[in-house]
Design a protein around this ligand. Sequence first.
Ligand SMILES: Nc1ncnc2c1ncn2[C@@H]1O[C@H](COP(=O)(O)OP(=O)(O)OP(=O)(O)O)[C@@H](O)[C@H]1O
Ligand SMILES: [Mg+2]
Length: 240
Amino acid sequence: MILKVNDVSKHFRGVKAVNGASFHVEEGEIVGVIGPNGAGKTTLFNLISGSLPVTSGTIEFNGENITNQKAYLLCQKGIGRTYQVVKPFGGISVLENVMVGAFNRHNSREKAVENSLKVLKRVGLYEKRNQIGNSLTLADKKRLEVAKALATEPKLLLLDEVMAGLNPTEVKEILPLITELRASGITIVIIEHLMEVVMTTCDRIVVVHHGVKIAEGTPKEISNNPEVIKAYLGEEVSYA
Ligand SMILES: Nc1ncnc2c1ncn2[C@@H]1O[C@H](COP(=O)(O)OP(=O)(O)OP(=O)(O)O)[C@@H](O)[C@H]1O
Ligand SMILES: [Mg+2]
């Protein structure tokens, strides 16, 4: 088991953004986290990646209790993440953006460049490596988010809505990247609103609502779960 979230809560004053959530991720899995807006999905990622301290509960990574450890340490241990709101370092090149991630693991500039170029080839941004971050389309900024995270050489990659805002063609283009990442040995947790993506890509799905996990199971189990349909999918939607 690569990740174990045990009864974790995060309260912002009165707001119980995450409220006693427990779930786990096995090595090599793609696990989807779904739920309505404000359900606490991004907050969960912030807790796992060390961007925010938990209010209570514990988080284990590869059997080690990593609760409330510093983000840069967790990154070194192998937890990578993307941000829902893309934020490239706008004024520097695509390559330099990725190098910021690579420097997490390599001190030498040469090695950082070499690895970053490899990552850029992998995500399909190699040709745009010298463009300024801000000049990219949204779809390419999302790829750059993935590239920055990949350059840190994660074992566990947390993807927060990397397909939101993309058109169907762009979604189709980025999907193979996700399955390729898993094939290369990276475990993936993906927050995604696009049900077709979640249902076809994930091995298991965790459903959160008001900070609480309301269901967990295979895509088929989730799409047939009455509570999930009521809270999230809507009565008319069925993926059985
Ligand atoms: N730093 C913060 N300070 C105060 N409240 C916060 C903070 N971060 C999140 N919240 C609140 O916690 C709740 C959960 O937010 P979160 O961003 O985790 O939801 P989400 O499931 O990612 O939603 P979305 O699908 O819209 O991205 C919301 O009510 C949000 O306003
Ligand atoms: Mg979010």
